[in-house]
Design a protein around this ligand. Structure first.
Ligand SMILES: Cc1cc2nc3c(=O)[nH]c(=O)nc-3n(C[C@H](O)[C@H](O)[C@H](O)COP(=O)(O)OP(=O)(O)OC[C@H]3O[C@@H](n4cnc5c(N)ncnc54)[C@H](O)[C@@H]3O)c2cc1C
Length: 438
């Protein structure tokens, strides 16, 4: 079997640019890289790897790789496989494996349609969806994985499958991550949401305990059209940062409201009234195409790691520990992000999938930059929440997890089914997924 597409080995110019992604921690060190431009390139690469006994990893924009190839194996990069075809009458889009959410949104927005994209439009739509996919309209429409109609995937034996014709494979791929094959494209649902009412309210660290408590209480009053989050994080002391955020620890409330049939400004006013004047307020109506401005996350590649806990509630006493444990006195810079779940996320989709812990009400992630193993620090920040932990999200776990930790992302019986299906579709274990199911 000959490789097609672009091909690099460690001594070929361009190898480094091709293997590196957004996440710079422990990058892949493959023996071969195939830059796929067609699904045939992917199929040939998988067959070549199977014939030569090579492990296979896949990299799109590289925001989430956890288990890198370390000196051997074959890396398939999908960034050139990024075509998006919109079908307005059925409100669907056929998206190739390497399309970022921004590329998907750019194709859907002219039709007044929006996908279930997340906080950062530079993330790739397919891997995000394979990991569940918690987006800006999550409480209204559920996980991205709940809104997938078709998936084209090459399994480890090099065979191309229409996964929707195989109930087990279709179930596993939607939530089970990159453990079952290399997806070349999928068809996703779109929603008639041309604009959002959204943005961020920024408060000083000194008011963080009040902000977190008021946000928690407010989340318990809002309808499913309101998806929100809060982050506690330091802003760099840089010219391009607004003067009253520069160099400060900030609590940033991130709001994404589907305005349809709802007095969105009034919903936000209820929160503002409870919190007082913010340092900066960017909330207003914005075209969906600019929805990346809501979280306004930095787009610079970096090394980082994170740990996540899915929670049944936000214990006020645990909330009060965040500024002390993760604020300026933490030994390493920490960003704590809490997302409000519930709503449609709690409902089983029409065609069931592997996404776990639909009963969780909040997701808590602690993230830090750097190459160090910060597991102990992050665990200490998550410790006050122990009594309310129901599981973990794999999409928000950056860096390697133990088998038990990966298992905690799923219902116990679902994990057993995923393990069994991994044995069916990848019996030799050649796929190196970001969070391997073993
Ligand atoms: C700044 C930032 C914001 C984020 N926001 C959100 C958010 O709002 N909601 C959310 O749910 N997640 C979010 N995430 C997490 C993100 O969805 C996951 O990390 C996702 O896996 C990243 O995909 P990627 O292509 O960028 O990463 P990659 O590292 O390229 O891919 C991640 C893994 O996906 C698998 N994979 C990739 N392509 C394929 C394929 N074609 N077939 C099979 N497996 C494949 C591989 O196992 C790979 O290791 C965010 C991450 C970051 C860094």
């Amino acid at each position: 079997m000959k490789l097609t597409g672009k091909h690099w080995t460690a001594d070929t110019p361009g190898y480094d640019e091709e293997r590196l992604g957004f996440q710079r921690r422990t990058p892949h060190q493959p023996a071969h890289i195939v830059g796929a431009t067609t699904s045939e390139d992917v199929q040939r690469a998988v067959r070549y790897a199977a014939e030569h006994g090579l492990e296979i990893a896949v990299k799109a924009s590289g925001h989430g790789h956890g288990a890198p190839l370390d000196g051997g194996g074959l890396l398939i990069t999908t960034t050139r496989l990024n075509h998006v075809t919109v079908d307005p009458p059925t409100r669907t889009a056929w998206i190739q494996a390497g399309a970022t959410w921004q590329q998907v949104i750019d194709a859907t927005a002219p039709h007044g349609l929006a996908p279930l994209s997340g906080s950062f439009p530079g993330v790739t739509a397919v891997p995000y969806t394979l990991g569940g996919g918690l987006g800006l309209m999550a409480r209204r429409y559920g996980f991205a994985a709940d809104n997938v109609r078709r998936i084209e995937v090459i399994t480890a034996d090099g065979e191309l499958h229409k996964a929707e014709e195989d109930p087990d494979l279709f179930w596993a791929l939607r939530g089970g991550g990159g453990n079952f094959g290399v997806v070349t494209a999928m068809e996703i649902d779109l929603f008639p949401v041309p604009t959002l009412h959204g943005g961020s309210l920024y408060y000083d660290l000194a008011t963080t305990p009040i902000v977190l408590k008021a946000w928690r209480e407010w989340t318990q009053t809002v309808p499913d059209s309101v998806t929100s989050a809060v982050a506690v994080l330091p802003f760099p002391n840089l010219q391009q940062i607004p003067a009253n955020l520069r160099g400060k620890y900030i609590a940033q409330i991130q709001l994404s409201i589907i305005p349809d049939g709802l007095d969105a400004p009034a919903v936000v006013s209820n929160l503002r009234d409870a919190l007082g004047e913010p340092l900066v307020d960017t909330v207003g109506e914005l075209p969906f195409a600019e929805s990346g401005k809501i979280f306004d996350e930095p787009g610079r590649p970096d090394a980082f790691s994170s740990r996540n806990a899915l929670l049944s509630d936000l214990d006020p006493e645990a909330l009060a520990t965040i500024p002390e444990l993760a604020g300026p006195s933490a030994p390493v810079m920490c960003v704590v992000g809490i997302r409000h779940l519930g709503g449609a996320l709690s409902h089983k989709p029409a065609v069931e999938n592997a996404v776990g812990h639909r009963d969780a009400q909040y997701s808590l992630t602690v993230l830090s930059p750097g190459e160090d193993d910060l597991r102990a620090l992050h665990d200490s920040i998550l410790a006050p929440w122990a009594k309310d932990v129901v599981g973990r999200s794999l999409n928000f776990s950056m860096g390697p997890l133990t088998t038990g930790e990966t298992q905690a992302a799923f219902e116990p019986a679902d994990y057993e089914r995923l393990k069994w299906l991994r044995g069916v579709y990848d019996p030799s274990g050649i796929l190196r997924a970001n969070h391997p199911i073993t």
